[in-house]
Design a binder for this molecule. Structure first.
Ligand SMILES: Nc1ncnc2c1ncn2[C@@H]1O[C@H](COP(=O)(O)OP(=O)(O)OP(=O)(O)O)[C@@H](O)[C@H]1O
Length: 477
C-alpha cells in the first residue's frame, strides 16, 4: 500500500449504473478520499481487505447482489462502516429496512450531488472518530403488509421520514389534502412501531358532532349525562398500548384541545362524569388538511398543543404534485379491483395514462382509486381508451379557469352580489357560500343517484367532508 493510501480514507461507490458511478467519482475527485468504484458488490467485497472503506455508497438493485445484503456482508467484516443506501426504486420497505439495519442513511435517487457528497463526508468523519453505529435492528419480523405506492421524489421523502421514525415512539402530525393517503401513512407508522401488536384506533374529529366528541374520546360513566345509560369506554382507552389516529385534528373544539393536551402531558384523564383518573399509554398520530399555523393565528387551535403534536411532521403531497405516480397507482388499483371483484384486469392505453397524468385530481388518490373501480366494472374491453372514461373526465380540464369562464355562471353571481351590496347589508360571502355549496352538493347527489360516496368523489371531497357539510347545511335526507 502506498503512503497516500494509508492516510487517506477510502470511499466505495457501488452501482451497476455507469453514469452514477461516473458522476459520483467526479464529484468526489477533489475531496481528500481515495474513491474506489465498483459495478458489482461481489467485486467490492473481494477487495475489502486491500481497500477497507471508511464509508460506502451503494445502490439497492444490482444484478449479482442487492444493496441490503451487501450491507450485511460489509458489516460482518466491520460493523462500524457506514453504508449509504441509494435507490431509484425505493418503496417503503427499502426505506424502513435500511433504517432498521445499520445503514447510515438512505438516499433516494435522483439525488442532489451536494447532498450525496456531504453525506459521505459525515459518514467518513463519524467512522474515523470511532462513533458507534447503533444497531436499530429489532423486531425483524415486524409485519409490513401496507402497500403505499410512490416513486415520485415527493413520496420518497415521505418514506424517508417513515423509515426514520419507524421505531420511535414520537407524536407525528400528517399534513395533506383529502384522499392523499394520510390514514395510510398513519397505519404505516403504527405497523412499523413497537406498538404494532397493540390496537390502531382511528377517530375522525370532523365527522362526530361536537357534543359527542368528548365522550367518544374519553368515554363516560353511567348517568354522566342524559342518555348515558351505561358506562362507555372512549377511544383513548381502546387505544391503550397502541396508536390513536386523530383525523382532522384542526376541527377539534378548543375545550377538547385543552383536555387532549392534558392527557398528552400526564398520560391520564377522567371519563366524562368520572372521578378516578384513567392511565393510558397511547401514541398519538394526528392528521389535517388545514394550515395549522393559520388556525393558531386565528385563535382556533392551541399553540401549545400544536407544538406537542408537531414533533415530527409528514407532508403527504397532492397527487398532482407527483404525476409520475398516477400510472403506477392506476395499474396497482386496476389489479386490486379486478381481483376483489373477480373480473378481468383492465389495462390503460398509453393515451389514457397520459391523459390521467395531466388531470388535477382534487380528490387525490381516493378519486383515482374510485375511477379504477369504475373502469374495472364499466370499460367494455381489456384495454381502456379515452372514450371509455366517464364523461365528466373526458372533458378537457387542464385549464380550470377557462372552463369556468365558458360556463359563465359568474355573470348572474356578480349581479346577485351587486344587488346584495346595494341594500347596504354585510356578510356577502357568508350568505353566498351555503347557497353555492348547496347547489353543488344537490347536483352531485343527483348525478350519482343519491350515492354519497360517489357524490363526494364528484365534488372532489372525502365522504366525511360531504357528511359534515350536509349536516351543517341541513341537507340530511
Ligand atoms: N400512496 C398510496 N398508495 C396506495 N394507495 C393509496 C395511496 N395513497 C392513498 N391511497 C388510497 O387512497 C384512499 C384514500 O386514502 P386515505 O384514506 O389514507 O386518505 P386521507 O388523506 O386520510 O383522506 P381524508 O383526509 O379524506 O380522510 C385509500 O383507499 C388509500 O388506500
Amino acid at each position: 500500500m502506498s503512503e497516500e493510501m494509508e492516510v487517506m480514507p477510502i470511499v466505495w461507490v457501488v452501482d451497476d449504473d455507469a453514469s452514477i458511478r461516473w458522476v459520483l467519482e467526479a464529484a468526489l475527485e477533489d475531496k481528500p478520499y481515495i474513491v474506489k468504484v465498483f459495478d458489482s458488490p461481489l467485486m467490492a467485497l473481494k477487495s475489502i481487505e486491500d481497500f477497507p472503506p471508511s464509508a460506502v455508497l451503494s445502490d439497492v438493485r444490482m444484478p449479482d447482489m442487492d444493496g441490503l445484503t451487501f450491507m450485511e456482508a460489509i458489516h460482518e467484516k466491520d460493523k462500524q462502516i457506514p453504508v449509504i443506501i441509494m435507490t431509484a426504486h425505493a418503496d417503503l420497505d427499502t426505506a424502513v429496512k435500511s433504517y432498521q439495519s445499520e445503514a447510515f442513511e438512505y438516499l433516494p435517487k435522483p439525488f442532489d450531488i451536494d447532498e450525496a457528497t456531504s453525506l459521505i463526508e459525515r459518514a467518513v468523519k463519524r467512522y474515523l472518530s470511532g462513533g458507534m453505529v447503533k444497531s436499530r435492528r429489532s423486531n425483524k419480523a415486524s409485519k409490513q403488509p401496507l402497500n403505499i405506492i410512490g416513486g415520485a421524489p415527493a413520496m420518497q421523502e415521505v418514506f424517508r421520514v417513515l423509515g426514520r421514525v419507524s421505531k420511535l415512539d414520537v407524536t407525528v402530525l400528517i399534513n395533506g389534502e383529502t384522499g392523499t393517503g394520510k390514514e395510510l401513512v398513519a397505519r404505516a407508522l403504527h405497523e412499523l412501531s413497537p406498538r404494532s401488536e397493540g390496537p390502531f384506533v382511528a377517530l375522525n374529529t370532523a365527522a362526530i358532532p361536537r357534543e359527542l366528541l368528548e365522550s367518544e374520546l374519553f368515554g363516560h360513566e353511567k348517568g354522566a349525562f342524559t342518555g348515558a345509560h351505561s358506562q362507555r369506554i372512549g377511544r383513548f382507552e381502546q387505544a391503550d398500548g397502541g396508536t390513536l389516529f386523530l383525523d382532522e385534528i384542526g376541527d377539534m373544539p378548543v375545550d377538547l384541545q385543552t383536555r387532549l393536551l392534558r392527557v398528552l402531558n400526564d398520560g391520564s384523564f377522567y371519563r366524562v362524569g368520572g372521578r378516578n383518573p384513567i392511565h393510558t399509554n397511547v401514541r398519538i398520530v394526528a392528521a389535517t388538511h388545514q394550515n395549522m399555523e393559520k388556525l393558531v393565528r386565528e385563535g382556533r387551535f392551541r399553540e401549545d398543543l400544536l407544538y406537542r403534536l408537531n414533533i415530527i411532521r409528514i407532508k403527504v403531497p397532492a397527487l398532482r404534485e407527483r404525476r409520475e405516480d398516477i400510472p403506477l397507482l392506476a395499474r396497482y388499483y386496476l389489479e386490486q379491483e379486478a381481483k376483489a371483484l373477480g373480473l378481468e384486469e383492465k389495462t390503460l392505453s398509453k393515451e389514457v395514462e397520459k391523459f390521467l397524468s395531466s388531470q388535477q385530481w382534487p380528490g387525490n388518490v381516493r378519486q383515482l382509486r374510485s375511477l379504477c373501480t369504475w373502469l374495472t366494472i364499466m370499460a367494455p374491453d381489456k384495454t381502456v381508451y379515452i372514450e371509455d372514461l366517464p364523461l365528466e373526465l373526458q372533458e378537457p380540464s387542464e385549464d380550470l379557469s377557462g372552463e369556468l369562464e365558458n360556463d359563465n355562471w359568474e355573470t348572474p353571481l356578480r349581479r346577485w352580489a351587486q344587488q346584495f351590496l346595494s341594500t347596504g347589508k354585510e356578510g356577502l360571502h357568508t350568505s353566498a357560500e351555503p347557497k353555492f355549496e348547496t347547489v353543488l352538493i344537490q347536483e352531485s347527489l343527483k348525478a350519482s343517484g343519491q350515492h354519497k360516496q360517489k357524490a363526494a368523489a364528484l365534488l372532489g371531497w372525502g365522504r366525511n367532508t360531504l357528511t359534515r357539510k350536509m349536516q351543517a347545511l341541513g341537507l340530511e335526507d
